[in-house]
Design a protein around this ligand. Structure first.
Ligand code: ADE
Length: 509
């Protein structure tokens, strides 16, 4: 198994309902293998009265009973304490393992399988545990939310029963209010189980490889195509003959068409988003190299296509929050820009035409501009490894060294976040870090720095070559952005065989 263990904690009045419901089939096996762990906590065990009463009448009158604040709060606090104890134990074990690894000098020539290990948190500090209150008043659960929650190490679900829970304890402990749909159930247990199921299948190791591929098709935004098994004729109905042809290319094409048609008929809302993405990709592909910064986030599934016209595209990249746009003329530019909400504090743009720079200044009063060019690694095979340098993933302990030696627009928090995401790598000198580089939130390679004492030895080239092969293994197209005037970087990109785009890219903050 690679990846982290996901720990679910469910606060409920009906623990057996949850533990039994999740003990069978795929999730039961995943728990046995240790990919996921489920703890159910009976809120009733935390009452302070002799009768183990957990509910009472609502102030102001009305039907039904409410769960009281105290047992819910104490049950939640007890779980949080156990989580903290477990994590500090793991921290100790991690540090010991790290010491041992250093002593035996194991070379980290392979990308780390475990990306979620550091989680962007320095030793000692603990990220707050998310507490999900399942309620019809929450944001509606989605595949995207499942993916996001699957990156957590622990999740606490709070299940209400009766008419609800005293508002005051919700205000104190809940971080996320989530609903599974616009209907009302008798309790939160089934919704919690639904979410745990969907989140678990996103946890690495829970599904076998062929099963996880199934998710990809939903992530493309299309419904599944129809499927058939033996016998060939049933109730006089024949399996579509193309599926018996053995022609994989034809079968693939037929399945895609079926998926598209099904989605168009049954889920016009999904189909609209899918075709917007399609239009965006085909417009941007007219100049692939210049638009790689927009094409890759779409392909990696991290960008929302806000608008795609014959003449321009507007994207919002979720991880970085960057608004990306390209337009054939100023009018189209204005139309696309009108989709962006004003008044947000942190607005960051990456745009492809100089007329957009002026429009953004007028509309959003943002005028700090960095001009760069893109370079794309278009081959499928990585550059030849060279130099014999040992590349290792950075850890939170490297954050200071990175920040001190990398004076750009990026904050210490940003760099620490990239380290935590497992997206930064380095080469050590005799007394600490000699060179480092990584992948930005929105997906480009960057943050490459070789400390002055170590320059002219090929470390930069070795690091970038290593990053390129790391990205290729993920199925990504490696690309980077070179600020105007950075001659050495331009030289390095040419040496590694990256192709230079003709257009410019303007970063505006
Ligand atoms: N509790 C009751 N109904 C619910 C729903 N639809 N989603 C989440 N929690 C609930």
């Amino acid at each position: 198994m690679n990846g982290h263990v996901m720990h679910f904690h469910v606060l409920t009045l009906f623990p057996e309902m949850v533990s039994q419901g999740l003990s069978e089939s795929i999730l039961g096996r995943a728990a046995q293998r240790g990919c996921i762990e489920l703890e159910t906590v009976n809120i009733r065990d935390y009452t302070e009265n002799r009768h183990k009463k957990v509910d009472d009448y609502p102030y102001g009158g009305g039907a039904g009973m409410l769960m009281q604040a105290q047992p819910v709060f104490d049950a939640c606090a007890a779980v949080k304490e156990r989580i903290a104890a477990r994590r500090s134990g793991e921290g100790r074990a991690d540090r010991e393992a790290a010491k041992e690894a250093l002593a035996t000098e194991v070379p980290a020539t392979e990308p780390p399988a475990k990306e979620a290990s550091a989680k962007g948190v320095p030793y000692g500090a603990q990220p707050p545990v998310r507490v999900v209150y399942v309620t019809p008043q929450g944001e509606v659960f989605s595949q995207r939310m499942a993916e996001e929650l699957a990156a957590e190490e622990d999740l606490i679900f709070l299940c209400g029963h009766y008419e609800g829970i005293d508002e005051r304890v919700l205000e104190e402990v809940v971080t996320d209010y989530v609903s599974i749909g616009d209907y009302v159930l008798t309790g939160g247990e089934l919704p919690a189980m639904v979410m745990i199921d969907a989140i678990s299948r996103m946890v690495p190791g829970v599904l076998k490889n062929e099963e996880s591929a199934e998710t990809e098709s939903f992530q493309d935004g299309l419904l599944e195509y129809p499927q058939y098994t033996r016998p060939e004729i049933w109730h006089g109905r024949q399996v579509p003959s193309i599926l018996l042809s053995g022609d994989h290319a034809k079968v693939g094409k037929w399945r895609l068409e079926q998926s598209e048609e099904r989605t168009r008929q049954r889920r016009p809302d999904l189909y609209e988003a899918y075709s917007r993405k399609d239009r965006a990709v085909s417009w941007l592909s007219k100049d692939r190299l210049s638009h790689m910064d927009m094409l890759e986030p779409i392909r990696r599934g991290q960008a929302d296509v806000i608008r795609a016209e014959e003449g321009g595209v507007l994207l919002h990249d979720r991880p970085s929050g960057v608004w990306m746009l390209s337009a054939s003329d100023a009018d189209m530019g204005e139309r696309l820009l009108s989709e962006i909400p004003r008044g947000e504090k942190e607005l960051l743009f990456a745009v492809h035409q100089d007329f957009l720079v002026e429009s953004i200044d007028r509309r959003f009063h943002r005028n700090r501009v960095n001009v760069c060019r893109q370079a794309v690694y278009t081959r499928k095979t990585p550059p030849a490894p060279d130099g014999g340098f040992m590349v290792r993933p950075l850890t939170a302990r490297d954050a200071d060294a990175v920040y001190e030696n990398y004076h750009t627009v990026h904050s210490r928090e940003y760099l620490l976040g990239r380290i935590g995401a497992g997206a930064m790598f380095g080469i050590d000198g005799p007394e600490g870090l000699a060179a480092f580089a990584g992948v930005h939130e929105e997906g480009s390679m960057g943050m490459l720095e070789v400390l002055p004492a170590f320059r002219r030895r090929g470390m930069g080239e070795a690091l970038e070559a290593w990053l390129i092969s790391w990205m290729l293994k993920k199925g990504w197209v490696p690309y980077c952005q070179i600020f105007d005037g950075n001659g050495p970087s331009l030289g390095l990109q040419k040496k590694l065989g990256l192709k230079l785009a003709s257009g410019r890219l303007y970063w505006i903050s």
